[in-house]
Design a protein around this ligand. Structure first.
Ligand code: GDD
Ligand code: MN
Length: 368
């Protein structure tokens, strides 16, 4: 029998905790393949959550309580992971909310996925069969769906639909490896950090649908503004996207600088200067992207690999020139010449940047 530990982080969950725990035991006690433990990580609740848990510990086997300072959900989980790895050393660890938003009846489905070879199972609200509560306000709905879209495309992993879900089963070896990375993220954003880490370490990820229910007792501890900022910051700093965008800016400066030098100072023909400057920028973009933005997918240093990919890169770049030329002309025809630079900027941001980023990922710096 393999061991699994379900970690329930709590802060003032006295209204729900007993039901969550008894339900977990009811669902898992018949399971022949798994010995299920529960660890409640409580951050100094003031409402009697700990007392309730201590009472349950007297009745139920394999239930423990870890008391921590209130320093954020990420910190609570990391402390829970560390204690679990030291004392129980299970094969599998669950993350699960303790406010009944996550249905314990789903646990066997997670276990099945692990038995079938997954390393990391996500309970997703955004695949077929999953859902978010109907009564969530429009803001929360937009934020949750929007954040997931930004992360999915920021990391070029659209197939993973729920990056922020807090209902997951993760193999211990992966958590052990991830701890040094996720230690830096004390809030809810650690969920994104651990998943990003797992993907970069080639874990086998799978998703099952969950129906997230609105809590009945108590209230949410999420600080939305902080969460939004930290999440976007994480994506920007940890995906190749921001580096790719900076390379674009550097390329623009090189292009402009060389054109200026050759046209204004050296008095070369305009066409020749432009050709020189654009091609130099293309070469520098190619090298910077290869050695920096997409360094985790760097091309093999052989001419037979570089040459075709450099040609593809030129091809994609010519595509950008064509799209820009046609796009700006079309906009000017439709709306007049006056605001041509606005159209140019909009086309670059909304068409050229996604276009090149997606094509680079798909055709040049492919996933290995
Ligand atoms: N120990 C501890 N310390 N527990 C905490 C803390 C903390 O600082 N903050 C929150 N919790 C516990 C709550 O008591 C609850 O059991 C669980 O963590 C989730 O917290 P909620 O406050 O209920 O989060 P939510 O429902 O708003 O957010 C849900 O969606 C997020 C993303 O969309 C959760 O499923 C999150 O896990 C998820 O990341
Ligand atoms: Mn909740």
């Amino acid at each position: 029998m393999r061991k699994a530990v379900i970690i329930l982080p709590t802060y003032n969950e006295v209204g729900a905790i007993e039901q969550v725990i008894t339900e977990i035991y009811r669902i898992t006690k018949e399971n022949k393949n798994w010995e299920v433990h529960v660890l409640v990580v409580d951050s100094n609740s003031q409402d009697g959550t700990q007392e309730k848990v201590l009472k349950l510990i007297k009745k139920l086997p394999r239930l423990t309580l870890l008391q921590t300072e209130k320093k954020g959900l990420g910190k609570a989980y990391v402390q829970g992971f560390q204690q679990t790895l030291e004392r129980i050393n299970p094969y599998l660890i669950f993350e699960m909310d303790a406010d009944l938003s996550h249905d314990p009846k789903k646990i066997p489905e997670f276990l099945k996925q692990i038995e079938n070879g997954a390393d990391f199972v996500i309970g997703s609200r955004y695949i077929k069969g999953g859902s978010i509560p109907n009564n969530w306000g429009i803001h929360r709905k937009i934020f949750s769906v929007g954040a997931n879209l930004v992360i999915r495309f920021g990391f070029m992993k659209p197939q993973i639909t729920d990056w922020t879900s807090g209902f997951r089963a993760i193999k211990s070896w992966l958590i052990k490896k991830a701890i040094p990375h996720i230690k830096n993220y004390s809030g809810y954003v650690f969920q994104v950090a651990i998943l990003d880490f797992a993907i970069k370490h080639k874990a086998h990820i799978s998703e099952i649908p969950i129906q997230f229910k609105d809590r009945i007792h108590g209230k949410s501890k999420i600080n939305s503004i902080q969460y939004i900022i930290q999440t976007f910051l994480y994506v920007f700093l940890n995906s190749s996207f921001i580096k790719f965008a900076l390379v674009g800016v550097i390329g623009f400066i090189i292009d402009f600088g060389i054109s200026f030098l050759f046209i204004e100072k050296l008095k070369y023909a305009v066409w020749l200067s432009t050709l020189l400057s654009t091609e130099t920028a293309i070469v520098s973009n190619f090298l910077l992207n290869n050695f920096w933005s997409f360094s985790h997918k760097r091309l093999e240093p052989r001419l037979s690999v570089y040459l075709p990919n450099f040609l593809k890169f030129n091809f994609v770049s010519s595509g950008s020139v064509l799209i820009q030329t046609l796009g700006v002309q079309l906009a000017v025809n439709l709306f007049g010449r006056k605001l041509w630079y606005i159209y140019k900027i909009l086309i670059i941001i909304f068409i050229i940047i996604p276009y090149s980023y997606i094509l680079y990922n798909k055709f040049i710096w492919k996933e290995k």
